[in-house]
Structures are given as C-alpha cells and as structure tokens.
Design a protein around this ligand. Structure first.
Ligand SMILES: *[C@@H]1O[C@H](CO)[C@@H](O)[C@H](O)[C@H]1NC(C)=O
Ligand SMILES: *[C@@H]1O[C@H](CO)[C@@H](O)[C@H](O)[C@H]1NC(C)=O
Ligand SMILES: *[C@@H]1O[C@H](CO)[C@@H](O)[C@H](O)[C@H]1NC(C)=O
Ligand SMILES: *[C@@H]1O[C@H](CO)[C@@H](O)[C@H](O)[C@H]1NC(C)=O
Ligand SMILES: *[C@@H]1O[C@H](CO)[C@@H](O)[C@H](O)[C@H]1NC(C)=O
Length: 477
C-alpha cells in the first residue's frame, strides 16, 4: 500500500491549530542507529539503599524474582551520591544504625555484596558497580578498598559486567570537595589497570556519570583529558525537573519533553569527538531529581516522559539508558511494598517489542503526538518475525488523533490510565485490561489487539504498534 493513497482529512482546531490527523511512514523510514536491543534499558538501585540497610527491599521473595526476571536481560547499576561514601568492609557484621548519616562514610558488608551478586545471578541480570572516588591519597584515587572488594569477588566467582568510579563529580562542590576532570580521567585509568590485573572475566568501564545540571563542561573535559580512552561507555545523567516542585501538568507538557533534545545532542557530540567508537549512555536518569515526586513519578503519567526519553535517546544516538530506579524513591519501577508501578509494565513491553536498528519516523504535524520506530526485537518471548517494525507513540493532548500508517496489518499494545484517577492512576491498562500480577510467580499476559487501517489514538494514551508483515529490508538482517 503506497502511503500517498491514504486519505487524511486535516482539521484545524480553532485555538491550537493542531491537526487531528497525522501520517507515519514506516515503509520508507531510514535506519539511523544500532542499539543492543534488550540491553538498551538498564535499571538502578541507589547506593543509599545499601546505606539504609536495604529499606523495605527483599531480594528473595517469589514476586521479586518474578518481577526482576521479567526485565531480563538487564543491567543493574548500583551507584549514586552515596557511592562516594561507601567503604567495602570484609570484617564488619551487619551495618550499624549509627552509620546512616548523610555525607558520612558507611560500610558495605560482605553480606550486602553477597546479596546483590546472588540476586543478579539468580535473575540473569548484569551488575554495574560504582566505586568510591573520594578515597584519595596524594591527589590520586587510592584503589586499596576496591582491590579488597575485587579480591573477594574473584574468590566468590562474582563477575560484575561493569564498573564506575564516582558519581556526579561535577557536583562535588556541594560536599565541599572537588576532583578535576583530568584527575578523574587518570583515576579511571587506574581503575582499568586494577581491573585488568585482577579479573580474567570481561568488564566494561563506565564514566564519568556527571549530573550535567549546570553544563556539559565536566563531561567534555573528562573525555578530552583521556577519560574517553579509559572508558568503554561514556555516561551522563539527566532529570527533567525538581521532585519537590514538579506538577502533573508538567509531565504532559511538550516544552518539558522538548527540553531533553539539546542536552542529548550535546552529549553525543562530545562522545563522538572525544570517545569515538565508544558507547554513549544516559547512565542514570528519571523524571525528577531528589527522589521522585510522590503521586506523580510513580503513577501512570510518568510513562509519557519515560517512553519519550527512550525514543529520543535512541534516535539521537545513545546506546543505553539506565532508569533511576528499579527500587527506591518515588520513581521506582516497583514501589515500597515491592509491587509494580505502571512504568514497570511499560519497561517490560519496551524491552520485548523494541529492537534495532532505530528508524527515523519524525512527524511534526501535531506536537502532542510523539512517535518513534525501531525494527522489532525478534529475540524476545513475543515471537515476532524478522522484518517486523515496532512504532511507539503517545498522545499528550486530551483530544483523539487519527494516525495513518503503512506497513500492513498491525498489533496494538495501547496503554491507558488504570482507573478513575486518570493521569495519576497507580495502575495502567493494556488494551483496556488493568495489568496486575495474576499470582506472585507470573506476569500478566500481554495480548495485542489485531488492527487494520487508520488508528484512533485517544488522548493521554501511549503504546506500541507492531507491523509483523512489514518485511522491512533494514529489519531482515
Ligand atoms: C553492543 O554491546 C557490545 C558489547 O558490550 C559493544 O561492543 C557494542 O559496541 C554494542 N553495540 C552498540 C550498537 O551499542
Ligand atoms: C571494618 O569494620 C571493622 C569493625 O567495625 C573496623 O575495625 C575496620 O576498621 C573496618 N575496616 C574498614 C576498611 O573500614
Ligand atoms: C561546606 O563548608 C561550609 C563552609 O565551611 C560549611 O558551612 C558547610 O556546612 C560545609 N558543607 C558540608 C556538606 O560539609
Ligand atoms: C530524522 O529525520 C528528520 C526529518 O527528516 C531530520 O531532521 C533528522 O535529522 C533525522 N534524525 C536523524 C537522527 O537522522
Ligand atoms: C537472544 O536472547 C538470549 C536470551 O536473552 C541471549 O542469550 C542471546 O544472546 C540473544 N541473541 C541475540 C542474537 O541477541
């Protein structure tokens, strides 16, 4: 079916002059980047959760193992502000309450480290661990404590997939210290040497995990000063808004969505210049910084910014996005009771349906409709054939929009608010059915709706559209 044959009646809404009809061309959309499909999305647990003796986290429950395995395969990054206060202590028993002061060193015990490593092994995840860069001697990082941890890990057969050194070093001024980009670049070289000499399993080095709150200078200077050579994956962080002041309206405000584009483009530019051939990742990211906004970051509405961030990041050329957080804060994929939030299910669907390469299907007819496309992930339990295309899109407006698409018949996975609370619903519906675990050992079924012809994309809806018959050349390899 040729796209030009699709009729599209363009209506102008008097005030906003947005059209109620858009066209997405999946047949001619060019492939622009490759990603490592299922590994593109990782998750975090903040080092602060270790400081707090794991809070309500329990890695051993049947439901936890089910939820974690549902995201498989997946990187788990353990890092954050508290990483620069964490000391591995092989002799200490369970951490003491007295040690839980903010900005004060605390111990990660052998039991803590065992718990983490046994968990990732059990659920098939890959661990990325963030070392303390503030253990310093003569102006340089002192790797003694890291060596202790690595020795212990080798003895136990633990094989983290990656390591980092420091967290948001560009914000060290807030804790009255500083490590220059050039020093940190050299320190990361030391970390790489230590890892090479101590472990025979493959590893990746990530960094510098800058906050990028003020500017990208630290990130750029670190990469230019040798950091680009010393890392395998250049990482920076991003949050749209402050948790304390963010509002629901901002979570569907196109201006907030658009604010991500320029930092991503700038970061990718720095990566290409100073770390050519290396990967470039959002190493820690969420909607709002400072723990997430209660009742917003943990609700249905948060999915719009999350899905858009995944789309824009892949389109602009990142190879990984690590969600703050799997557990912890109000932005967790799971809540304090260890039940899934709406973004958990969104992330599972993304991992299973979205593959590589990334296709460019930019549309600018209606700014409220944001749309992305990739070749379908054909190596997942969904079982789609090679050549399939997955479009993912959202409507940030309240009015329905007609979406014309070529590519043949499609299968819809449409996500809407789970109950009468609307945007701030604690639940999400897939094709009209609320997603809940049928039992502790099983995820709900993710059944698509078969569809032909133009799609009515309702207001405040997001979703995935798979075209199993597209036989797109770029997706057949
Ligand atoms: C995929 O991962 C491998 C191993 O980490 C890496 O070498 C490669 O560059 C990655 N490819 C992309 C497109 O990110
Ligand atoms: C580990 O803990 C023990 C007991 O609390 C303490 O004596 C020792 O100094 C600690 N070691 C490190 C490296 O902090
Ligand atoms: C940093 O130093 C200032 C001035 O000495 C002091 O007021 C402040 O409490 C210090 N902050 C921290 C986090 O140590
Ligand atoms: C995608 O296509 C748009 C419109 O043609 C273009 O402006 C943009 O640069 C393209 N993006 C990429 C990553 O190729
Ligand atoms: C397909 O998925 C399996 C299980 O996650 C993984 O072991 C394998 O490497 C993947 N194959 C490709 C080609 O990505």
């Amino acid at each position: 079916m040729a796209l030009k044959e699709i009729s599209c009646i363009v209506l102008f809404l008097s005030i906003f002059s947005e059209t109620s009809c858009i066209t997405i061309d999946v047949v001619t959309a060019p492939a622009v980047h490759n990603i490592n499909s299922s590994m593109f999305v990782g998750v975090t647990i903040d080092s602060g959760v270790i400081r707090d003796n794991w809070r309500t986290m329990d890695f051993s429950t049947y439901q936890m193992l089910t939820l974690a395995s549902g995201l498989d395969p997946c990187y788990l990054r353990v890092g954050g502000t508290d990483a620069d206060f964490l000391i591995f202590n092989e002799t200490q028993g369970p951490a003491l309450k007295e040690q839980r002061l903010v900005n004060d060193d605390f111990s990660m015990t052998v039991a803590d480290w065992d718990t983490l490593n046994e968990f990732v092994q059990e659920v098939g995840w890959q661990l990325i661990f963030d070392f303390n860069s503030l253990l310093r001697k003569d102006g340089k990082w002192d790797p003694t404590n890291a060596i202790e941890l690595l020795k212990y890990s080798v003895k136990k057969g633990y094989k983290p997939a990656g390591y980092e050194l420091s967290n948001e070093p560009d914000l060290f001024v807030t804790i009255n210290t500083s490590v220059t980009p050039a020093s940190l670049a050299a320190d990361v070289g030391t970390l790489r040497d230590v890892l090479s000499s101590m472990t025979s399993s493959p590893f990746l080095v990530f960094g510098p995990d800058t906050s990028s709150v003020f500017d990208m200078n630290y990130f750029d200077d670190f990469l230019a000063a040798g950091g680009g050579k010393n890392v395998d994956v250049a990482t920076f962080h991003h949050y749209y808004l402050n948790s304390a002041t963010a509002t629901v309206d901002q979570f569907v405000d196109v201006k907030v969505f658009d604010s991500l584009k320029s930092p991503l483009e700038e970061a990718v530019g720095h990566c290409l210049k100073h770390a050519p051939g290396k990967q470039c990742w959002l190493g820690e990211t969420s909607t709002t910084y400072g723990g997430g906004t209660l009742g917003v970051s943990d609700r249905f509405v948060a999915g719009f910014l999350w899905l858009d961030k995944l789309g824009l990041s892949a389109l602009i050329g990142l190879q990984g996005v690590v969600r703050q957080s799997f557990y912890g804060g109000n932005y967790g994929l799971i809540d304090v009771n260890l039940d899934p939030n709406p973004d958990y299910f969104l992330t599972v669907l993304y991992k299973r349906l979205v593959g590589s390469p990334v296709l460019n299907v930019t549309q600018d007819t209606n700014p409220n409709v944001r749309v992305y496309a990739h070749c379908t992930n054909t190596n997942s339990s969904m079982g789609y054939p090679k050549g399939s295309v997955t479009v993912y899109l959202m409507n940030l407006g309240s009015e329905a929009v007609t979406v014309n698409m070529n590519g043949g018949t499609s299968q819809l996975y449409m996500l809407t608010a789970g109950d009468d609370s609307g945007l701030v619903s604690k639940f999400v519906k897939l094709n009209g059915n609320t997603l809940v675990l049928p039992n502790k050992g099983e995820l709900p079924p993710f059944n698509p709706l078969h569809h032909e012809g133009p799609l009515q994309l309702q207001g405040f809806t997001m979703g995935f559209i798979v075209f199993p018959e597209a036989a797109k050349k770029e997706c057949l390899v």
